[in-house]
Design a protein around this ligand. Sequence first.
Ligand code: SF4
Length: 364
Amino acid sequence: MSEPSPPTAPRPDLRDLTREELRTFVATLGEPSFRGDQIFRWLWKRGARSFDAMTDLPPALRAKLATTAAIGSVEAARIDVSGDGTRKFLVRLSDLRDVESVLIPEGDRMTLCISSQVGCALACQFCATGTMGLLRNLTPSEIAGQVLLAHEELLARPHGGHPDRDRPITNLVYMGMGEPLHNYDNVLASLRILTDEQGLGYPPRRITVSTVGLVPQMSALGEAIAVNLAVSLHAPNDDVRGSIMPINRKWPMAALLAACREFPLGTRRRITFEYVLLAGVNDQLAHAEELAHALEGLRCKVNLIPWNEHAGAAFTRPTMVAVRAFEQRLMLLGVDTTVRTTRGRDIDAACGQLALSNRGATRA
Ligand code: SF4
C-alpha cells in the first residue's frame, strides 16, 4: 500500500501582499524585484484574475506563479440597487461566508463602504452585526478585493439605472461589517495596497477608518498612515456608553478621548464622531450638552445617525423633532454637527443588515 502523500501547503494569495512584499516574494523565486511591481499593477490596476493574463511577464515566470501562488477574488452573490442609487453588494468569500459592501452616490462623491470581518466580537447592543459574534477576520485580499468588485460593477453598469450617479469611487470608508482595528494587521495591509500609486492609488485623505475605540490600535494607525478616523462614540458619558457598548469597560471615554486628542490630524483633518440616536437612551438635550462638553478642544465633527429600526431590535428611532433639537443644541454649543440621512433604507443598507438577512443562505 502506498504512503498517503503529505498535505500540500496552501499557495499564497498574491492579493494579500503589499507591493513591497510582492517584490520580496518574487525574489524568493529568483526573479528581479521589478517583477513584483509588474504583478502588483496587473492585480490592482488591471484587475487580472489569472497569471496567463499577465502578458508582459515571461511565460516561464507565469508558469512558475501558476504552481506556487494564487490570485484571490471575492464575488458578488447579489447586488441590490436602492431607489436613491445606493448599491449594496452581498460579497461572497471563498469559504462561502458573506459580508457586505455599499456603494453610496452623494453629491460629487461616490463612497464605498467596506467590511473588515465576518461578524464582530464587540457586541454593541444596537448593532445587527454584533449579534453574530466574530466568525473570522477578512484577509487583506478580501478587504481590498471589495473595492475591485465595486470597480467591476461600475464598469459593467456605470450608473446602475441612475444616469446622474455615474462617477468613479471617490471615497472609501471602513464602516461595514466588523471592527476594523480588531483586524489591525490585515486592515493596515489593505490600506497600503489601496493607497499604492502603482495600484488603485486612493489618497489616504479620501479613506476613513472607523473604530469603537481600540485605543492602542488607534495610536498605531495614526503613526502608520494618514487616513481619517471616525470614532463610534454613541454616548456622552461612561454610564450610557457602558450600557450599550461593552468595549467601554476596557477603554472608557477618558482613555478614548485622550487617544483622539493625540491622533495625528495634519493641518486640515478632523475626527468624526458617530452618534447613533436611540430614543430614550442617549437622545436627551442634557446628553447633547454633556457631549459638547466632553468634546471641547477636539478638532472634530459629530455625525448623528437616527437609529434604523430592524426586526428584533430592542431600541426605537427618535422622532425627527428630537433629532433636530439634539443637532441644534450641539451646534449652539459650537460643535459642528450633521445628521446622516440613512441611504438605501429600502435595501437594508444599515450596518450588518443584508448579510444578516441572508444568513439562512450562508454556509458558516
Ligand atoms: S457597531 Fe461596529 S464594533 Fe459594534 S458590534 Fe457593530 S460592527 Fe462591531
